[in-house]
Write a protein of this length. Structure first.
Ligand code: FAD
Length: 386
């Protein structure tokens, strides 16, 4: 009987796993496998590109590709109602899609990502802008184009959120952009962050703090956004601080996808409890259920980079298990990402569970490497070439 592998989510992690697994098992007549990707939309989005949309440096249309074009032949893609997973029934090893069909699986990968949860902060939808969706980043482009000076607050509403460097990158790029447009003198910049430093990881925080100071950006730490008053243009924190703004650009609160909560697989915020080394879902270790990427509760960045490294581990693990080979692959917490520091420069963050990042001095080279990854993502990551 053919082995059924179900992958829920055709984003970074899900697509890479499907393609890598197909490559590892293709042509193995003794262990025939069906790989099915379930995706609610059938469109793959390169989310890191949204960072550049507010500055009119990226056409959002170019960040989208049909998922069907990214999957190797022989992989089944179900999208729309047929791919929108409503419930996972781990005990029965089945899942339910929005068209009412039940699908069985032998192996299940949960790669459903995260969702913006602006509803968690009263006034967020009316009072704040962001670049964490295509629509919001387009709207912000309009606002920035018409901005003529005032008080801009950037930062993060609450942790965790996708791509920890992104709000800082936006802030550095904004500062440089205002300077280029001759608006810096007329603009006050403030950065708010929920914990006691401007970045979750200490060495990166030590690296960015002097840069923020140098650029005249006032930092407000221990600022967990509680509410936004759009009429008075005031953002207030749980710690009791109130800041007036003309433009407020915040990474919105994040949650796991509804299907995870509805299936009883998530914690309070819908993140999936996941073993940090094997990437098996805790409580279902014997059931061959894995989770990768933003959907997990792992103590690493919610980043495409983490999903990429984790994806390789899960694909190798499933292939080894299907072929009854001994298992060697484990995830060690690896993440690699760039941090734009404005003025066409960036630094590079490379770390794992045991080794914190040591950001090198900002250079043009890192910025160019990030630009190259943004261009060649489609050829490199979804096909699992690296
Ligand atoms: C502005 C911004 C900048 C970023 N910059 C970087 C960066 O520079 N470097 C980096 O590494 N990362 C970056 N990221 C983060 C990165 O994009 C995500 O961490 C990454 O996409 C996570 O991959 P994933 O596979 O876990 O989830 P996703 O890529 O989000 O994929 C999840 C998929 O699951 C599908 N899905 C959800 N629910 C269901 C359901 N019920 N049924 C079926 N399908 C479902 C969705 O349609 C989606 O296709 C950035 C993110 C943002 C927003």
């Amino acid at each position: 009987m053919r082995v059924q592998v179900a992958i829920v989510g055709g984003g970074v992690g899900g697509t890479l796993i499907a393609n890598r697994l197909r490559h590892l098992l293709h042509g193995d007549a003794r262990h025939e496998t069906n790989i099915t990707v379930y995706d609610a939309h059938g469109i793959h989005t390169y989310q890191p590109g949204w960072l550049y949309v507010p500055f009119a440096r990226q056409d959002p249309e170019k960040l989208l590709r049909p998922e069907a074009r990214l999957l190797q032949q022989g992989i089944t893609l179900l999208s729309g109602h047929a791919g929108n997973v409503q419930r996972i029934l781990p005990a029965e090893k089945r899942l339910l899609t929005a068209d009412g069909e039940l699908h069985g699986f032998d192996y299940l990968v949960l790669a459903t990502g995260s969702r913006n949860a602006p509803e968690d902060v009263p006034g967020f939808a009316e009072g704040a802008d962001h670049f964490y969706s295509e629509e919001a980043s387009r709207r912000l482009q309009e606002k920035l184009a018409h901005f003529a000076g005032g008080r801009i607050i950037t930062g993060v509403a609450s942790v965790p959120y996708r791509c920890p460097p992104a709000p800082l990158e936006f802030t550095f790029m904004l500062e440089a952009d205002l300077r280029e447009r001759g608006l810096r003198e007329q603009t006050e910049l403030h950065y708010v962050f929920p914990i006691n430093r401007p970045f979750p990881i200490q060495p990166v925080s030590d690296f960015v703090a002097p840069l923020l100071e140098e650029r005249g950006i006032t930092v407000h730490t221990f600022f967990n956004v509680e509410a936004i008053d759009p009429a008075r243009r005031i953002v207030s924190s749980m710690e009791g601080e109130e800041l007036p703004y003309d433009l407020l650009v915040l990474a919105p609160p994040h949650k796991g996808q509804d299907v995870i909560a509805a299936s009883g697989l998530g914690d309070r915020d819908g993140w999936i409890p996941t073993d940090r080394a094997t990437l098996r879902v805790k409580g279902y270790e014997e059931a061959n259920i894995f989770a990768v990427g933003d959907a997990t509760d792992l103590p690493v960045s919610k980043s495409g980079s983490a999903a990429h490294y984790q994806g390789h581990v899960v694909a190798e693990t499933i292939a080894a298990d299907v072929q009854h080979r001994p298992l060697q692959h484990q995830y060690h917490g690896r993440v690699a990402c760039f941090l734009e520091t404005g003025h066409g420069q960036a630094t590079f963050l490379w770390f794992d569970y045991e080794h914190p990042p040591k950001p090198p001095k900002p250079r043009r080279l890192w910025h160019l490497e990030k630009a190259a990854l943004n261009t060649f993502y489609w050829q490199l990551i979804p096909p699992a070439r690296i």
